[in-house]
Design a protein. Structure first.
Length: 171
């Protein structure tokens, strides 16, 4: 289902940009590295095979400034489908950097997490941050009680006048 959903999204992009799609390959931009390698195997290569549409790839490290520069470049802007984080998507949509998307062209808003579809984008990835402790922190937490080891591990500190660490204070 994920592959076919991306196929719909990419095909919708190709249809929405007919002059661009004919003049050059459809370009998808992601984070690069092993993440993009996995996307290539699961999404991009099957899309190429199933549709016969040439698909080029690019990568970037993120940042709204890069998006502003690419859009400002006019004809030099060769990015068609870009994976962005939520903050970049919200800012880019507000600033008019992205095309609007009809949710029906990508399977309908009901196929996504409620509230996640916007006028300029649909979610492609969901991730979380996991807190992991070393064995030392885990032993400390068991001895001192819940979260004590974690709190000590992430204590914000700065050198004091005496050279000892002390908790940071807001400025």
């Amino acid at each position: 289902m994920k592959t076919s959903l991306l196929h719909v999204a990419l095909l919708a992009s190709a249809i929405a940009l007919p002059g661009v799609a004919v003049a050059r390959d459809l370009t998808v931009v992601s984070a690069g590295g092993i993440f993009q390698d996995a996307q290539r195997a699961v999404y991009f290569d099957p899309f190429r095979k199933d549709t016969g549409i040439p698909l080029a790839e690019d990568s970037w490290d993120g940042g709204i400034g890069v998006l502003r520069t690419k859009v400002g470049a006019g004809e030099a802007n060769n990015w068609d489908v870009v994976e962005v984080e939520a903050e970049e998507q919200a800012l880019g949509c507000e600033e008019g950097l992205f095309e609007t998307i009809d949710p029906a062209t990508v399977g309908g808003a009901e196929r996504y997490i409620p509230g996640s579809v916007t006028e300029c984008g649909v979610p492609a990835n969901i991730f979380s941050i996991v807190l992991a402790m070393t064995a030392r922190c885990s032993r400390t937490a068991r001895r001192r009680g819940p979260m004590s080891g974690t709190s000590r591990s992430f204590q914000a500190s700065a050198p004091s006048a005496t050279g000892r660490n002390s908790p940071s204070k807001p400025r």
